[in-house]
Design a protein around this ligand. Structure first.
Ligand code: ADA
Ligand code: CA
Ligand code: CA
Ligand code: CA
Length: 203
């Protein structure tokens, strides 16, 4: 919605497609895509499940990314170092994954959506506080996953949102990570709400 996040969405560049050959680095500032699409060239990867692809955006030190659509080749999506805020960021077809927390920090994701994630949407590889509000995800295996087998401390809050045709909303192998759900979520066709190691809670 245009005013849901208390800020009008600027989409004056909707329809523009930028093919990205080299990760776009946003360090401590704001990048406003104005509704444009950013899609990876083959130099970053092919958007498959192959590990080691490069991201389209690298966000550092509290950078903000807003009004962006990640296009048909999602490669390794968005990497975050030292926290970031995303507003109105959409993934049309998630590549290997959509976003990775690469180093400690706070991540806020306000609005936005992700479609067609063959595996994970949010991959958490470092200690973090993560707040995801009013996000829409359709066709995914795991919405938020701390890195397999790692003792990561991540506190995740998911507020509202729409989740459909997925396997698991939150999965961790760590004893020091947890998720909290706030408000009303619209969930359809998702098998598992949380999986703490081998303990699953179904919907
Ligand atoms: C897999 C892989 C990890 C890491 C992660 C990622 O879980 O086992 O080592 O690469 O993907 O960040 O995509
Ligand atoms: Ca991966
Ligand atoms: Ca995909
Ligand atoms: Ca990845």
């Amino acid at each position: 919605g245009s005013t849901r996040n208390n800020e009008p969405e600027n989409t004056t560049d909707k329809g523009k497609v930028n093919v990205v050959d080299k990760p776009i680095v946003v360090d401590g500032t704001e990048f406003d895509g104005k509704g444009a699409t950013f899609t990876a060239s083959s130099k970053l990867g092919d958007g498959s499940q192959g590990e080691g692809q490069k991201p389209i955006f690298i966000l550092k030190n509290g950078a903000t990314l807003k009004n962006v659509t990640i296009g048909d080749n999602g490669a390794d999506g968005v990497h975050v170092y030292g926290g970031a805020t995303l507003k109105n960021v959409h993934w049309k077809d998630v590549g290997e994954d959509a976003l990775t927390v690469k180093s400690p920090g706070d991540l806020n994701v306000i609005g936005g959506s992700a479609y067609q994630a063959a595996d994970k949407i949010f991959q958490v590889n470092a200690n973090s506080n993560i707040y995801i509000k009013d996000f829409k995800a359709d066709r995914f295996l795991t919405f938020v996953r701390t890195n397999g087998g790692q003792p990561i401390t991540s506190n995740v809050t998911i507020e509202g949102g729409q989740f459909s045709n997925g396997k698991t909303l939150f999965r961790t192998d760590s004893k020091t990570s947890e998720v909290k759900f706030v408000g009303n979520m619209d969930v359809q066709g998702v098998a598992t709400k949380v999986r703490y190691r081998d303990e699953k809670t179904s919907f």
